[in-house]
Design a binder for this molecule. Structure first.
Ligand SMILES: O=C(O)[C@H](O)[C@@H](O)[C@H](O)[C@H](O)COP(=O)(O)O
Length: 268
């Protein structure tokens, strides 16, 4: 487990801009080192704000978009093109504006696709897609965490819910207890829509870097709980960490209840 680092920004707009700048640097470095890079995107307002900031970033063309693999941490199980699907929102915020290789964009299945309404079959298919992509570079899942092969993602981003959920892993729900599968179907999610697909904690922990994004005072309690030693069943965000780095990107409002020793100065 990597010890979380906390970076606090003045407000959510600056947070999105700074996170977008980080993404650019990370992707450029990974492409220089390994030829390609992989990102796992998140749904939610903060994830979308980051993508919109990337679209407007002056340095965005430093990225070779054709050598970038995109995956999703979770998806709302809705028909293709539904405005509430995370991939629909990501396309509108960024993906339609950059020259990605469509074969490297891996949205989670829609509810009117190959698997129809069978969310478990859809989740299993996504797990297989990840396993295929992992190829020879199989990430070692943390000891005792189970989990099948998934790529060692360069950066996996997660929004954080006010209840400490990440991806579609909600406190005390069965999904947060999953130790074997890398992708699961979720039913009865407290955040609408109720049916979703999600990476599990073992899959999340295969990422090199996990970045958690939270802005606003309604996230202050969640950030404080997750960063104060809570268990991952009660606080799923506490179980989201990367193999080499875990970074919490907060605005001042979301950082307001952090224990003093965790509260670094906010960027101007
Ligand atoms: O698809 C989703 O709903 C999510 O991926 C979910 O986990 C989200 O990231 C958080 O609820 C934070 O959302 P906000 O950034 O909008 O608060």
């Amino acid at each position: 487990m990597t010890t979380p680092q906390v970076v606090v920004h003045r407000d959510k707009d600056l947070m999105a801009q700074a996170a977008a700048a980080r993404v650019i640097t990370k992707v450029v470095d990974a492409q220089a080192a390994r030829g390609s890079a992989s990102l796992v995107l998140t749904g939610g307002r903060n994830g979308n704000a980051l993508l919109a900031a990337l679209a407007g970033a002056p340095a965005r063309d430093a990225v070779d978009w054709s050598r970038l693999d995109l995956w999703w941490g979770d998806e709302r199980f809705l028909p293709e093109g539904d405005p509430d699907r995370n991939v629909t929102q990501a396309r509108a915020a960024l993906l339609d504006a950059v020259p990605l290789d469509p074969a490297r964009v891996h949205p989670m299945p829609a509810s009117d696709g190959l698997f129809g309404n069978d969310v478990d079959a859809a989740a299993e298919a996504y797990a297989e897609e990840l396993a295929t992509a992992a190829g020879p570079q199989i990430a070692s899942p943390p000891a005792g965490a189970g989990g099948g092969p998934v790529p060692a993602f360069d950066v996996l981003m997660l929004g954080v819910g006010p209840d400490t959920h990440v991806a579609s892993l909600f406190p005390e729900h069965p999904g947060v207890r999953e130790t074997e599968r890398t992708v699961i179907g979720v039913r009865g999610a407290p955040k609408p829509p109720p049916t979703r697909i999600s990476l599990t904690l073992p899959a999340i922990r295969a990422a090199r870097e996990v970045w958690l994004l939270a802005a606003g005072e309604d996230k202050a309690n969640a950030a404080a709980i997750a960063l104060s030693g809570a268990g991952e069943i009660q606080a799923p965000a506490a179980g989201a960490y990367g193999s080499s780095r875990t970074l919490w990107l907060l605005d001042r409002a979301a950082a307001a209840q952090l224990p003093k020793q965790l509260y670094p100065p906010a960027s101007a």
